[in-house]
Write a protein that binds this ligand. Structure first.
Ligand SMILES: Nc1ncnc2c1ncn2[C@@H]1O[C@H](COP(=O)(O)OP(=O)(O)OP(=O)(O)O)[C@@H](O)[C@H]1O
Length: 653
């Protein structure tokens, strides 16, 4: 069946051209709306599969206002606009479009964008289905465990957080046959969960039992499920309980889901968030599904046993077994594991985002190992280290004599990865010209060696990573929007170490074990003071920096315990921006601040760090004991970083 597409565009000639292009390509162009109001009418009448939206339209409302509504109603759409400044791109992105086409565009660009959008939409549906089924199964398993309520609640909250984020969950049993009961699950700033009974909540909020009963919390008829912005403010005004709780916890939006179980019990869950625009209709659907499947078990988990408090319980220190070698169990890292588990088996393109040293390459490796391609190779290409003139021949190969110096035929990285995975690290560094070629390969799934005249089909899964803000790169014209959408099918964001300090101790111990066994030193532990130094540092170089620091400390340590991390000898100061302690001292070293107190840029931090390592290795780059070895990166990468960062150095003994 032909897919129906609605065009929302106020310039008739442009809209008409678009409509002709769509019809020619076999789509059903089911209408043209010049304003948001008309678009909504046509959507109700025609029920289009896709909507193409211009941003500036007739009337007061913009295409972005329409995008917000469509996103809530789960109708896929693409923006088509001449506006690409960052503010507009950011507002547009927040509405979760499936693409953004910049005017003027060619017919081919439109069709490619639609093709990418359909692919992403299909992947999304698949992802949501699989995720929901898995999620419900896991919820059922937790509910039937023979554990204390508090422990089960913690596990359930951690499971829900990546898909249905909340800062507070308010659960009520409105049983017509026995007195109603309620309780709250509260997320603390450190990411732990606390189960509060009504009594303890009242103490926390300084509300009397009498007032609470009078207010009949959330007892009013909640006729909506989604309360954001204006709707939430209205709810606050109408419901005294919402008002008090949201004032105390800074809540700004809510989702309500009510179910009646087969034996007539009524349960209501209200998920509150401190973010005003967080929830959409996908969250509502998910909340309903969870409540329907989980409803009969709610009593068992939340109400049947005395409500015990969860006091900052330590999370399970071991990650799932297939994440071998990945240390950490913070909620943020767990949500990365969840995403990896969901997407690993598919051929979906994955974009790994995160600062340098957060473990992007490690995660790429695990994605490959958990896929059906694991028996084939994962070929890694560091796009930042490719010399400009050799990018194409490295990626796609060349025939003998293709250019001066091409003495032999060369098989490119894509061909080497055939049947397996290609990991394009630092994709943000790829020049525009190479981006065009890469896009073509991704679309056509075939390559042509330089100087060759034969195309070859290839079957490769693409994983990319970057520490750059790709949207900013797109807005500034350095990265192609169509390639961005093609690669960003399934983003996985790796949190910086400073946001998951809970993991520092486990990571540090892991590295102590690794390097004491490697260097045959007797070091076995870290003193409490040294650990304190590690956790109060901000780690601009993330896990890689921690690893190198521990490696050094192990080498320098004379006993069985690390008592000095090297961080203490340098004065800890207050950061005027964030109030966090930072390392100071040698301004060129890895400290985060200029001597004047101004925060360093990431590039400056990286430069300082490389200089420090070069200093340590007396300028030696490659080979045993060289800076590249210590930094755990290829010497070609280090050389390109040295060039890019403009590092000049000279070392004498
Ligand atoms: N969770 C983890 N547990 C143990 N080691 C880790 C973890 N994450 C990363 N590492 C180690 O930290 C170092 C840096 O990781 P990796 O090279 O994957 O980071 P990256 O984000 O790809 O860095 P870059 O952006 O600079 O390429 C590696 O030695 C890796 O083995």
């Amino acid at each position: 069946m032909k897919e129906k597409i609605l065009i929302v565009e106020d310039e008739f000639i442009v809209a008409n051209d678009l409509s002709l292009m769509l019809k020619k390509a076999g789509y059903d162009s089911c209408g043209i709306a010049p304003s948001v109001a008309r678009a909504l009418e046509l959507i109700a009448e025609q029920r289009p599969d896709w909507v193409l939206i211009d941003i500036l339209l007739q009337g007061e409302r913009t295409g972005i206002d329409l995008g917000i509504q469509l996103s809530d109603r789960n109708i896929p759409f693409i923006y088509i606009s001449a506006n690409t400044n960052q503010t507009i791109l950011q507002a547009a992105k927040a509405t979760l479009p499936y693409g953004f086409l910049v005017k003027p565009f060619r017919e081919k660009d439109l069709l490619v964008m639609l093709d990418i959008a359909q692919y992403r939409h299909g992947q999304n549906i698949k992802y949501n289905l699989r995720h929901q089924t898995g999620l419900l199964q896991q919820l059922a398993t937790i509910s039937t465990k023979n554990e204390a309520s508090a422990e089960k609640v913690k596990q359930i909250a951690q499971l829900l957080q990546p898909v249905l984020p909340f800062d507070q969950l308010f659960l009520t049993r409105m049983n017509p046959r026995s007195p109603s009961r309620d309780c709250s699950v509260i997320k603390s700033t450190s990411g732990n969960y606390q189960l509060e009974s009504t009594e303890s909540m009242l103490i926390l909020l300084s509300v009397s039992n009498r007032d609470y009963k009078l207010w009949n919390p959330l007892g009013l008829k909640l006729d909506k499920q989604l309360y954001c912005a204006y709707e939430f403010r209205k709810l606050r005004m109408e419901d005294r309980w919402t008002q008090v709780v949201s004032d105390k916890f800074g809540l700004e939006s809510a989702i309500v889901s009510t179910i009646t179980t087969p034996n007539g019990d009524i349960y209501r869950a209200v998920f509150f968030s401190t973010e005003g625009e967080l929830y959409n209709s996908i969250h509502v659907d998910l909340a309903n599904q969870i409540m329907t499947s989980f409803g009969p078990m709610i009593d068992e988990v939340f109400f049947s046993k005395p409500v015990a408090e969860i006091k900052e319980t330590k999370t399970d220190p071991s990650p799932p077994s297939h994440f071998h070698g990945i240390i950490g169990s913070s909620p943020l890292l767990n949500s990365v594991f969840d995403k990896v588990k969901i997407v690993a088996a598919d051929d979906t393109s994955v974009l790994i985002l995160g600062e340098s040293g957060t473990g992007k390459e490690r995660i790429a490796q695990i994605l490959h190992e958990l896929s059906s391609r694991k028996s084939k190779k994962m070929v890694t290409v560091n796009c930042a280290a490719l010399p400009l003139t050799l990018i194409e021949s490295t990626l796609f190969g060349h025939e003998k004599g293709a250019f001066t110096g091409a003495g032999d035929r060369r098989i490119g990285k894509f061909e080497q990865a055939d049947g397996g995975t290609i990991f394009l690290d630092e994709i943000g560094e790829l020049p525009l010209e190479a981006q065009v070629k890469l896009l073509r390969v991704l679309q056509e799934k075939e390559i042509e060696r330089l100087g060759g005249n034969q195309t070859r089909k290839i079957n490769v899964r693409i994983i990319t990573a970057t520490n750059r803000n790709l949207e900013k790169e797109v807005a500034e014209g350095r990265f192609r929007l169509d390639l961005y959408y093609r690669l960003n099918v399934f983003p996985i964001e790796l949190p910086p170490l400073r946001q998951r300090k809970e993991d520092i101790e486990a990571l540090a111990c892991h590295f102590v074990k690794k390097y004491s066994s490697k260097s045959e030193r007797p070091v076995k532990s870290i003193s409490a003071i040294a650990l304190q130094q590690l956790t109060s540092y901000d780690w601009p170089g993330n896990i890689r920096e921690l690893e190198h620091l521990i490696e050094r400390a192990v080498l320098l340590s004379s006993g069985t315990e690390i008592t000095d991390t090297g961080l203490a000898s340098e004065k800890q100061t207050e950061n005027p921006v964030g109030g966090k302690p930072h390392r100071t001292g040698n301004p060129d070293a890895i400290g985060n601040q200029h001597p004047a107190g101004k925060t360093k840029t990431l590039e400056e931090v990286e430069k300082g760090y490389i200089l420090e390592i070069l200093h340590l290795c007396k300028g030696k780059i490659s080979g045993p004991g060289g800076a590249a070895e210590l930094l755990n990166i290829p010497s070609t990468t280090l050389n390109s970083k040295i060039k890019k960062l403009g590092i000049s150095y000279e070392f004498t003994d």
